[in-house]
Design a protein around this ligand. Structure first.
Ligand code: BGC
Length: 809
């Protein structure tokens, strides 16, 4: 049973040492700033089964080749960086503190979400009976994104004597965070140089062994007694196996508190405003006054984010944990992965954050669940994330060309330069077999990129971005969809064959050798939507820009005609009178004995693995890992879908939505954490209680590790952002259409009131919603008035004004 943390205001507290859950706690106690992040492992711990002290930088990838089943396989990984944490102590005649070897008198691990600190409050007795209290606090700086720091209060309670403190930087680390990847190449780093840069400081220069990412870490460690630098301190330089540091020796007295302070800096050759990474790292640690000063400005930096990002929730607590705290935790981890520092970087959002090594730090379609939230707070971050995709357009063009297609086809998994990074074999830990992985055929990732680009444009009206980058991406992807769609004369419709939809359990027909399915409804409808959006994007450009771009991309009138034709004649499969088939032929699959499997296995999230281990194949069954058809109801309003389906000549009545939800809900295992978000969202209006329950499941994805052992390998950022977005847009009915911000609130019963801010067209709006009224107020500012829509009525709001509407008027 997962032991949940206590929630105390803005703090999450783990009480008691629990080795089995330590790595899970470490992932959730990760501290970061959008440039780099460090897991919440204790600083004295080394990587193993209990602890895993990983650090990762945004965009810090490296490739390595491994031999799997006799084949050479190249993987690109988010590299585990040299460990800056390393700090431990021992009595001169004793052992280094080892969590498993001491007797715990008190153990607390406290994450302060408001100010971005992690504190270990420890009181322990070593095998020789020595009792010590140690309070360790750390931060990864949200203001100066190069800095991190640790602070100790160290008190020998019943002993005195010589103490050794070891502090340094470990470059001998590997990527060992995910057990099932350990059979593959794990070494990505070379230490170039390790030096003592001052009596109290060391520097470690390292480089990734393939991508040649030039990095430097510097660390300064000082010991204080009574607030003054401690005297009588001796230092020995220690250099071994990629580690450099000092053994700091001094006498300690029973009952006397010593303070140890470690300031670390991390620079790379890709940083701006630097001379050379090592020089700048060394200078940065020398420049810092001390831990307390850093802590002060860390607090200010976080307060600035929270001012705009906080959501205040009044809710009936469904479970043990307060929804309020968990929502804040989700915002916290989102901002630690992508923050205003991202604007300076060439990075996307890794699906598992900068919190672990699962999925190798790759970037998937999960941004679809993340960017809408960024749009409504700090759209400049979205723009930077979209530029990550724009810069990889040439590689996406190559991706399409290789398959004999036109336009640009973005990869399912993206890393450094935008080539396809999906693995082609994966290990089923349940059966121990390596199996072909064909989930890379999820071409719908391209629709997600168009969606993200267009939504950004709708929120911001940023026509410069649309003009120089956005429209080119949208049109290039439209070209790709147009060349992928083939006209079938028998059906008299266009088709998209050989793809995989969002549901990763279904990758081929049970009776076919080759991978891929035909006419995945989500993919086909999204392709149509992309083609129509491409037309809208063209309409939004000036005539010169428009003709230049069309010429540059080789798009002629005939091609535009074809887009229009596809948008009227794309095939969408249906069965059972109004159920949209997940893909063509889905209705012929067998029904699974859900109750039987639940009874036999308990947790059946990963039904695919269970079935494969039984010698079965999930492809045979009507059993989905996650929302697929329902994604359509998640992304579009009923009116928009009616418009799209009617254009295609299909009947679409909004009442079909409910039936489709029921049909697929009964056939979904929620093996992806994204799934609960979508299901909760689509039920928000029709079944408020069920929606609230699913929201709660989604909220618990990581804190309670609902997938059983995945969170320790990295958080699920799509689900985290998705829960926040559910409150922000889902339950308030916030929609941006035709230059109007529409609100249509309907809170679930369990949620009494929410209040939050959103950024829209240069304004900061505060939106308060409860079961009787809606209040929107605008901060003072300089931007032109905006239009708010509620129940077919439009209201113009100027800076400093408020609008209060009662639902019963
Ligand atoms: C899900 C995908 C998702 C990926 C990364 C998979 O388990 O099925 O939809 O993109 O995880 O989060």
């Amino acid at each position: 049973m997962m032991l949940l943390p206590k929630t105390l205001g803005w703090q999450m507290e783990y009480d008691g040492w629990n080795p089995e859950q330590q790595q899970h706690r470490e992932a959730l106690c990760t501290l970061g700033n959008g440039r780099f992040a460090t897991r919440g492992a204790f600083e004295g711990a080394s990587a193993g089964d209990t602890h895993y002290p990983g650090s990762y930088m945004a965009g810090g990838f490296n490739r390595a080749t491994s031999v799997v089943s006799g084949r050479n396989v190249e993987n690109e990984d988010l590299v585990n960086l040299p460990n800056w944490l390393c700090l431990n102590f021992k009595p001169a005649d004793g052992d280094w503190l080892d969590f498993d070897q001491v007797e715990w008198l008190e153990y607390k691990q406290v994450l302060d979400i408001r100010h971005g600190t992690l504190t270990y409050r420890l009181w322990f007795r070593d095998p020789a009976g020595r009792e010590t209290r140690l309070t360790s606090q750390r931060l990864v700086h949200m203001g100066d994104s190069h800095l991190a720091a640790l602070h100790w209060q160290f008190e020998p309670l019943n002993w005195s004597g010589k103490l050794v403190i070891r502090s340094g930087i470990d470059g001998g680390v590997e990527n060992l965070g995910v057990a099932r990847y350990r059979q593959l190449e794990t070494k990505h780093l070379e230490v170039l140089e390790a030096r003592e840069s001052a009596t109290d400081s060391v520097t470690l220069r390292s480089m990734t062994n393939q991508s040649r990412l030039d990095m430097a870490h510097a660390a300064r460690t000082r010991v204080y007694r009574g607030g003054e630098l401690a005297s009588g301190v001796e230092r020995q330089l220690v250099e071994e196996n990629g580690f450099i540091g000092h053994d700091i020796e001094l006498e300690c007295q029973q009952g006397e508190i010593l303070e140890v302070e470690k300031i670390a800096a991390f620079y790379t050759g890709r940083d701006r405003a630097i001379c050379e990474p090592a020089l700048d790292a060394e200078w940065a640690v020398q420049r810092v006054e001390g831990f307390q000063k850093l802590l002060e400005c860390q607090r200010q930096a976080w307060e600035r984010y929270w001012h705009w990002w906080d959501i205040e929730l009044e809710a009936d607590t469904n479970g043990v944990l307060e929804q309020q705290l968990v929502l804040r935790l989700h915002i916290f981890h989102l901002l630690q992965t992508t923050s205003l520092h991202t604007i300076d970087l060439d990075v996307g959002v890794p699906a598992r954050g900068l919190h672990g090594e699962a999925y190798r730090g790759h970037i998937f379609w999960d941004e679809l669940f993340i960017l809408p939230l960024l749009n409504l707070h700090m759209p400049e971050i979205t723009r930077s994330l979209l530029m990550y995709r724009y810069r990889r357009l040439p590689e996406a063009r190559w991706g399409a060309r290789e398959l004999g297609l036109r336009g640009a086809m973005y990869p399912w998994q993206s890393g450094s330069n935008g080539r396809e990074e999906s693995q082609f074999l994966h290990l089923n830990p349940k059966s121990g077999r390596w199996l072909p992985d064909t989930t890379y055929k999820q071409r719908h990732v391209n629709a997600a990129i168009v969606h993200n680009t267009w939504r950004y444009y709708e929120v911001t009206g940023d026509s410069e971005f649309l003009g120089f980058a956005g429209a080119e991406m949208i049109l290039s992807i439209a070209q790709f969809w147009s060349s992928l769609a083939q006209f079938n004369p028998t059906k008299q419709r266009y088709e998209i064959c050989g793809v995989v939809g969002p549901d990763e359990f279904h990758t081929r027909y049970p009776d076919r050798e080759e991978a891929g399915l035909d006419n995945n409804a989500y993919t086909n409808v999204m392709a149509v939507w992309c083609l129509l959006t491409a037309q809208q994007a063209l309409d939004a450009l000036s005539p010169t820009l428009r003709s230049d771009l069309l010429e540059y991309l080789g798009i002629d009138e005939a091609e535009l005609q074809r887009w229009d034709d596809i948008s009227r004649k794309m095939f969408v499969p249906f069965h059972d009178d109004g159920i949209i088939s997940q893909y063509e032929g889905y209705e012929q699959l067998e029904e699974l004995d859900w109750a039987g499997y639940r009874e036999r296995y308990g947790d059946i999230h990963r039904l695919d693995r269970i079935l494969e281990a039984e010698g079965e194949d999930v492809n045979r069954y009507k059993a989905s890992k996650q929302a697929d058809v329902l994604m359509l109801f998640y992304l579009f309003s009923a009116e928009k879908l009616e418009e799209l389906f009617n254009r295609l000549g299909y009947n679409f009545a909004p009442e079909m939505i409910r039936r489709n939800i029921e049909y697929y809900e009964a056939r979904t295992s929620h093996g992806s954490t994204l799934s609960n978000i979508v299901h909760s969202w689509v039920l928000a209006r029709s079944d408020r209680q069920r929606s609230w329950d699913l929201f709660d499941n989604a909220l618990m994805s990581d804190v309670a590790d609902v997938q059983g052992g995945t969170t320790k390998e990295g958080i699920h950022l799509g689900a985290m952002a998705g829960t926040v977005d559910l409150v922000l847009r889902g339950y308030t009915g916030l929609e941006l259409r035709d230059g109007v911000l529409w609100l249509n609130p309907l809170l679930p019963q369990g949620l009494k009131q929410t209040q939050h801010k959103v950024h829209y067209r240069g304004h900061w709006l505060t939106i308060l919603v409860n079961h009787t009224r809606l209040v929107v107020s605008l901060e003072e500012g300089l931007c032109p008035p905006i239009t708010i829509g509620y129940r077919d009525k439009l209201y113009t709001l100027e800076q400093g004004q408020s609008l209060e509407l009662s639902y019963y008027e």
